[in-house]
Design a protein around this ligand. Structure first.
Ligand SMILES: [Zn+2]
Length: 383
């Protein structure tokens, strides 16, 4: 009897041990599975952003926002959401079309800010849009989508709405002054905001001259005659032109037809006026060819039509500026003026009290110097 009882006890012990072992095994299995799942999710987020570490933690995780409907859902739903995240779209429109950016590329200077021009489709609230950057050393973005340049370089601003991500390239530029000349990154600037010193007197620079020779040669090959009407102008020359306009008429009138000394782009050594300094040139075969092709040689049409308020000058179809092939191509492709490309303004700062930049209707060139001075005619202001 006692032996049977002992055997039964032993069997019960085995069963208990087996059950315990099963429970332990199940626990271990669950833990392992959960850990694997977590790692998968983390990898998913990284692939989506293309960023290893995002300083603004949570901006790509809408679950942290209590106002976001997703945050009220259970973890299982969140997992599904993360797995369905689409890769970031680079460009102007997000993959599912819920949001678009009105610029292809944001150019901003160090310490300046630029608004990310985001538009959302019907039914999408701007409150649900979040922003972050993929290189926090280069730029910072506020939660309202204001990009602030921190240091010279390139990065992307990531615009996010639920599972959609739109990546817009950002270039942060740096302005520096060297011997009285202003450079933004490596481009010398002369406009109504940034002047050149009297001693900057390089003449027409060889890179400009050589590029222009190639341009003229290729145009000639197509039966077109492009030539230089005028190119380099020194500070002293510009002073004479402008001074004679001021003494003959008035400062106000002089400012409409001539650049102030130091403010003419012709003093940079990078500028050429082609053929006829008159906008009838734009309608000629030469004018059309120049507008379409000058970027191939590193030139830009410096004062384009429709950008008068930005450049501070009337449209000048004949005035080209050498900036180098890469910059010229980028400006041509994006349809930007030098001011937009470098994130600078162009207006006479001491005139701020009198006129706003948009009201100014000034002309850059001083070809009047070689023309007889006639009574000012506001409808016939020629370059
Ligand atoms: Zn000119």
């Amino acid at each position: 009897m006692a032996a049977r009882k002992r055997r039964r006890m032993a069997r019960r012990g085995y069963i208990l041990l087996l059950v315990l072992a099963c429970i332990a095994l199940a626990f271990a299995l669950i833990l392992t599975l959960r850990r694997m799942h977590k790692r998968q999710d983390a990898e998913m987020v990284d692939t989506v952003s293309g960023i290893e570490t995002i300083p603004t933690v949570g901006s790509d995780q809408p679950i942290e926002d209590p106002s976001d409907p997703i945050s009220t859902e259970d973890p299982a739903t969140t997992t599904t959401y993360l797995e369905s995240v689409a890769p970031a779209t680079t460009g102007r429109m997000s993959a599912s079309g819920s949001m678009r950016c009105d610029t292809q590329h944001i150019f901003v200077r160090v310490a300046n800010s630029k608004e990310v021009p985001v538009r959302v489709s019907a039914g999408v609230s701007m409150d649900d849009i979040s922003f972050d950057v993929d290189d926090p050393d280069v730029a910072f973005v506020t939660e309202d989508g204001e990009v602030i340049g921190l240091q010279r370089g390139n990065c992307h601003v990531m615009i996010r709405y639920k599972e959609e991500t739109l990546a817009v390239p950002v270039t942060v530029r740096e302005l520096h002054v060297e011997n009285g000349c202003t450079y933004v990154d490596d481009i010398l600037v002369a406009n109504k905001s940034y002047s050149l010193p009297p001693e900057y007197d390089p003449g027409l620079l060889p890179e400009t001259e050589q590029a222009f020779e190639r341009l003229c040669g290729d145009a000639a090959y197509e039966g077109l005659e492009i030539f230089s009407h005028s190119d380099y102008r020194s500070y002293d020359f510009q002073q004479k032109v402008y001074g004679s306009m001021v003494s003959g008429y008035s400062k106000e009138y002089a400012d409409t037809v001539s650049a102030r000394p130091g403010y003419s782009e012709h003093q940079t050594g990078y500028t050429i006026d082609c053929n006829t300094p008159d906008n009838s040139f734009a309608e000629t075969d030469e004018g059309k060819w120049l507008a379409e092709n000058c970027w191939r040689y590193g030139f830009i049409i410096r004062y384009p039509l429709g950008k008068e308020a930005i450049t501070g000058y009337d449209y000048e179809s004949w005035h080209i500026r050498w900036v180098g092939k890469d910059a010229a191509k980028e400006m041509y492709d994006l349809g930007l003026t030098l001011e937009e490309y470098l994130d600078i303004d162009s207006y006479y700062h001491d005139d701020v009290e009198e006129t706003s930049p948009a009201d100014e209707d000034d002309a850059e060139d001083a070809d009047e110097a070689t023309q007889p001075l006639t009574a000012p005619d506001w409808d016939d202001v020629e370059e």
